[in-house]
Structures are given as structure tokens and as C-alpha cells.
Design a protein around this ligand. Structure first.
Ligand code: UDP
Length: 254
């Protein structure tokens, strides 16, 4: 018997119908993709670690008043979240030049930016997630000006908080991507942080050595990918007790 109805399967996660109306179960896979799906692979234990890391970060953000879709972690690879209407934008926050920004503007990776830069991409794999401006976003109706105001204000709070949190464990938050959703309660709508925050969606560099502790290790074939994700969890103080042994997860859904 199928455990529950699958709603959506993405590159790194699967969404199932939740136990109550208005909820979903978010299942974290070990699958990794990069360069718009051109590179594919598996990072053993990634799903377990990202489930924990995202739980931890969303909980901490919730504690400072950032509304999120996160309800609670259910098991090693699953968390209960509120069902939201995803705003089809990737909000990218940059503190230090890296990746796409370095390429576009010829700025060496690692250059501190004069101020935090927020960019938007339209979530559409077929189009390769093109970068868009507020003009496109409002003209095409993906979000209103009010939605954008709320998203930017939340984004800057999230960046300030996470920058400090990671710095406290010797990690520089170079850049990251977040997504927002609309949470409806009757006619009331609230914009909440959705999706995940994990080394899949952040660039995290060791403060002392500049060593990369994120998905760039997979993208750029740097090796020790699993170890880097584990080190992030270890420094956050949330490495599963059984250590790497615990990271395989149920076979049924892999
Ligand atoms: N990012 C992401 N998903 C995407 C694109 C980017 O999570 O589809 C994250 C990426 O991990 C990095 C930040 O957003 O932390 C900025 O990524 P960039 O635009 O430099 O993209 P790249 O071309 O390097 O993936």
C-alpha cells in the first residue's frame, strides 16, 4: 500500500500529502543536481543532514519572528510543513562574490561586496531559471509590490541572522537562495519562508581556511562532499547521534 499520496517530486525533495488538511510532508533525498540538471549524482546521507540543518535554521528563524512553513521534523528524512502557494522566484542573497555573480561581472570569488545584493530568478527549469527584475515580477504577476516589500524585509532579516549564526561556528555565509510562499488562512494571506535552507542552497566557507562546505564541492568535483555537509551539521551541534551510520535512511523511498 502506498504510504501517502505524492504531490510533487523535485530534484532534491519529494512532497507528500500531509496528515491533516493544509499540511505536507517534505522528504529529503540524497540526489544532487547542478548546472540545471546537467550534472547528477548522489551525496550519501545528504537528505538526513539537510532535513536536520533546515529544521534547525527554520526553527531558529521562527524564534526571532520570521514566519516559516516548518512545523516539525517527523523522522530522519521527513518534516511536516504547512502547504503554501510557492511564489515562483528564487531569492538569491549575496554577501561575498562567488558563482554566477563572479562570472557575470568578472569579480574574483571571495571579494567582499560593498553591500548585500539581492537578486531574483524566475523558477523555471526549462528556461534555466532566468534572472528577473522587480519590473518582470510585478508585470507578469508573480508577486505584487507589497509581496516584494515583505519578501525583501524578511530576506534581509534572514541574512543578518544567519550571517551571525554561521560566523559563530566559524563559517562565512557567502550567498544563499531562499523561496517564499503564500500561506492562506481564510481570506488572510501571509508570506512565509518555504522550501529549505541547507548546504545545497548556501555557499558556506570556513572562516579560517576558506574551505568550501557546501554543494560547490559536488558542482566542482572537489571531493569530501558528504564530510563537508556533516561538518556543517557537527558545528551546528546537530549531527545525528549515530553519526554517519545513521545516514542511510529507509530503503523504501530511496
Ligand atoms: N542556488 C540554489 N539553487 C539554484 C541556484 C542557486 O540554491 O537553482 C544557490 C547557490 O547554491 C548559491 C546561491 O544560490 O548559494 C547563488 O548561486 P549562483 O547564482 O552563483 O548560482 P550558481 O550558478 O553558482 O549555481
Amino acid at each position: 500500500m502506498a504510504r501517502r499520496k505524492q504531490i510533487y517530486e523535485g530534484k532534491a525533495k519529494v512532497l507528500f500529502e500531509g496528515p491533516e488538511p493544509g499540511t505536507l510532508v517534505q522528504y529529503f533525498k540524497d540526489d544532487a543536481t547542478a548546472f540545471n540538471n546537467k550534472k547528477r549524482g548522489t551525496i550519501t546521507g545528504k537528505g538526513v543532514l539537510n532535513n536536520r540543518i533546515s529544521e534547525y535554521l527554520m526553527t531558529k528563524l521562527g524564534e526571532i519572528g520570521v514566519p516559516t512553513h516548518f512545523v516539525r521534523r517527523l523522522n530522519m528524512r521527513e518534516q511536516l510543513v504547512r502547504e503554501v502557494e510557492i511564489i515562483p522566484l528564487e531569492v538569491v542573497v549575496r554577501n561575498v562574490a562567488a558563482g554566477g555573480l563572479s562570472q557575470r561581472f568578472g569579480i574574483p570569488e571571495g571579494t567582499a561586496l560593498p553591500r548585500t545584493i539581492v537578486e531574483y530568478c524566475y523558477k523555471n527549469d526549462e528556461l534555466g531559471d532566468p534572472m528577473v527584475s522587480e519590473e518582470h515580477i510585478t508585470a507578469f504577476g508573480w508577486a505584487t509590490i507589497q509581496d516584494l516589500d515583505e519578501m525583501i524585509s524578511l530576506t534581509l532579516r534572514i541574512n543578518d541572522f544567519l550571517t551571525g549564526l554561521f560566523l559563530g561556528i566559524g563559517i562565512r555565509l557567502v550567498d544563499f537562495k531562499i523561496e517564499f510562499g503564500r500561506l492562506w488562512t481564510g481570506d488572510d494571506m501571509q508570506i512565509v519562508l518555504a522550501d529549505e535552507i541547507s548546504p545545497d542552497s548556501c555557499r558556506l566557507w570556513d572562516v579560517k581556511t576558506n574551505e568550501k562546505m557546501d554543494k560547490d564541492r559536488f558542482r566542482r568535483d572537489l571531493g569530501n562532499v558528504e564530510e563537508a555537509y556533516q561538518e556543517v551539521a557537527r558545528r551546528l551541534g546537530i549531527l545525528p547521534e549515530g553519526g554517519p551510520r545513521d545516514l542511510k535512511g529507509p530503503n523504501t523511498l530511496q
